[in-house]
Design a protein around this ligand. Structure first.
Ligand code: SF4
Length: 338
């Protein structure tokens, strides 16, 4: 792992699934490779489906703030907004001229999204821009969820095709690999109906106040066998127990395990114990978020510094790309005209 690139959706309402499934892993990566861990808030991707122009900038800021609160430290890693480095679009255009339409139409995510939204050209080009995001920095590793593996495969194909056609002797791009963190927790939704997801409205938000979290957890379904307080239950059938395993200490997990099976503990008391472990994780994150909300310049300064850092790398890559495809260098105009 030499350089890692990951895209972050421009939204500040991160949930515990985002945290345990991705952000915690990114923090670990940053500790290993420092400024070669590049995290980009992909605001240009966000406009490939209808968006609210009044909100987009705010959401980009909120995404930076929430991820910084969750542990991404811009003093250690690089965090920036995609639209602040226009070379992403430039390389995206170059790649779009080399990518067969059929390959893009076959993308599963394109097919899914085009059923929900009117099809704009940008939606079709989404994976080409994603390839540009990654290859602009010559990243060799991209931490992704399983739903993104097809896009990383396309990125590899785009890199391979470019190298073979334009730079066979001295390949411009590496072929990055997808990295799926096996230790990342797959967090079930509060309704126990599969993965936690905003679209299913079954989330516990990282920055949600304690009272709001309790309101959700208090009414969350448990093992249906526990109709009365003295009915024994099976903790493995209950989402609350899944959360205990993610947030509580071993003694509490043991206490709940035995207490549930023997009806020694009621569901409300079990849920109160969960709140203790959950808030131990969330309180420091929420305290950092409150700090950044009071000092917003720390967030905007981080984004400016991140964009400056990335643009230096991006400009160098684009010089190589322009040379490889044969574009006239601006500083060559005079000799050619003469
Ligand atoms: S005691 Fe806890 S683990 Fe058992 S069913 Fe109730 S909430 Fe779920």
């Amino acid at each position: 792992m030499k350089r890692v690139f990951s895209g972050i959706q421009p939204t500040g309402d991160l949930h515990i699934g985002n945290y345990l499934g991705a952000i915690r892993n990114w923090v670990k990566i940053g500790e290993q490779i420092g400024k070669d861990a590049i995290f980009c808030i992909v605001d240009y991707h966000a406009i490939t489906i209808p968006h609210d122009r009044e909100l987009l900038g705010r959401l980009t800021f909120d995404a930076a703030l929430a991820n910084m609160a969750a542990g991404l430290d811009p003093n250690k890693i690089v965090l920036f907004a995609q639209s602040h480095v226009p070379e992403h679009l430039e390389l995206g255009w170059v790649f779009s001229t080399q990518t067969p339409l059929g390959e893009l139409e076959r993308m599963t995510q394109f097919k899914d999204k085009s059923e929900q939204h009117s099809v704009l050209a940008g939606l079709l080009m989404y994976p080409v821009l994603q390839a540009a995001d990654i290859l602009l920095y010559k990243a060799d590793t991209v931490p992704v969820g399983e739903d993104q593996i097809q896009h990383i495969e396309l990125t590899r194909e785009i890199a391979r095709r470019f190298n073979a056609k334009f730079s066979p002797e001295n390949p411009v791009f590496p072929e990055p690999k997808a990295s799926i963190d096996k230790s990342a927790a797959r967090v079930p939704g509060l309704d126990n109906s599969g993965k936690m997801s905003k679209s299913k409205n079954n989330t516990l938000e990282l920055l949600e106040p304690q009272a709001a979290l309790w309101d959700k957890i208090r009414v969350a379904p448990t093992d249906p066998a526990r109709v009365r307080r003295n009915d024994p239950g099976t903790p493995e059938k209950c989402v609350i127990f899944s959360y205990h395993k993610l947030f509580s200490n071993l003694d509490t997990i043991q206490e709940v395990d035995v207490g549930c099976r023997t009806a020694g503990i009621g569901c409300i008391d079990c849920k109160k114990l969960l709140m203790v472990g959950l808030m131990e994780t969330l309180e420091p994150i929420q305290a950092r978020a409150a700090h950044f909300q009071a000092h917003p310049h720390e967030v905007t300064d981080a984004l400016v510094a991140g964009a400056e850092h990335c643009q230096k790398i991006a400009r160098e890559t684009m010089l190589e790309v322009r040379d490889a495809i044969g574009l006239l260098r601006p500083n060559s105009i005079r000799p050619v005209i003469q």
